[in-house]
Design a protein around this ligand. Sequence first.
Ligand SMILES: *Cc1c(COP(=O)(O)O)cnc(C)c1O
Length: 224
Amino acid sequence: MNDDLPRPATVDELAERSARLRARIDARGGKEVQILAVTKGHVVEAARNALDVGLTMLGENYAQELEAKAAELADSVVEPEWHFIGRLQRNKVRRIADVVTSWDSVDRSELLGEIAKRAPGARVLLQVNVSEEPGKGGCEPGELGRLLATAAEAHLQVDGLMTIGRTGDPEAARPGFRLLRRLCDDHGLAVCSMGMSDDLDVAVDEGSTLVRVGTALFGPRLRR
Ligand SMILES: *Cc1c(COP(=O)(O)O)cnc(C)c1O
């Protein structure tokens, strides 16, 4: 046994962390906030355990990893709802189109076209870069109107918006989260996906409806 390799939290550990996470969100006034359990960088047991403790919305960043986990969990009693949250390459859409429930990181029109072709009517979130950090995924706030129009023309179902908070102190992410919330309101979009293990408290303050949590549930993962 190599102690350096991340070991997935056991069902009991995960149940406890999940309850603690729920209490942390509720304490911030987020009783309605949903939890997307991010299983990337963890073995399939992590996802299996998540389903066992009632975390059925699962997030993955890499097409191959999602495909492999989805195949292994195909026989599970509770069906996971897979969200793709990573940098999406156009040529990977087809391979995971059958298993993805929601495409949460769509930030350019060529992806909308490809998703519409491979998964007609699919649910998507548009990812917006509200952190003013170049190199982060997401369209510019000013591009959002055009992307929404393209999604509508492609007959995709845009449930809402997603963003990754500014790196560093969680408070540094607050203005960006506030902006994403405003963009959701301006466009009448219900889902506002923001907040991760380190900055979810601030995100919930600012009106997140969906937090994406990996480390706080499953522990550290291997870097790639
Ligand atoms: C990895 C990842 C997460 C989860 O991050 P943690 O800090 O482990 O909670 C959430 N959202 C996205 C887009 C990610 O890539």
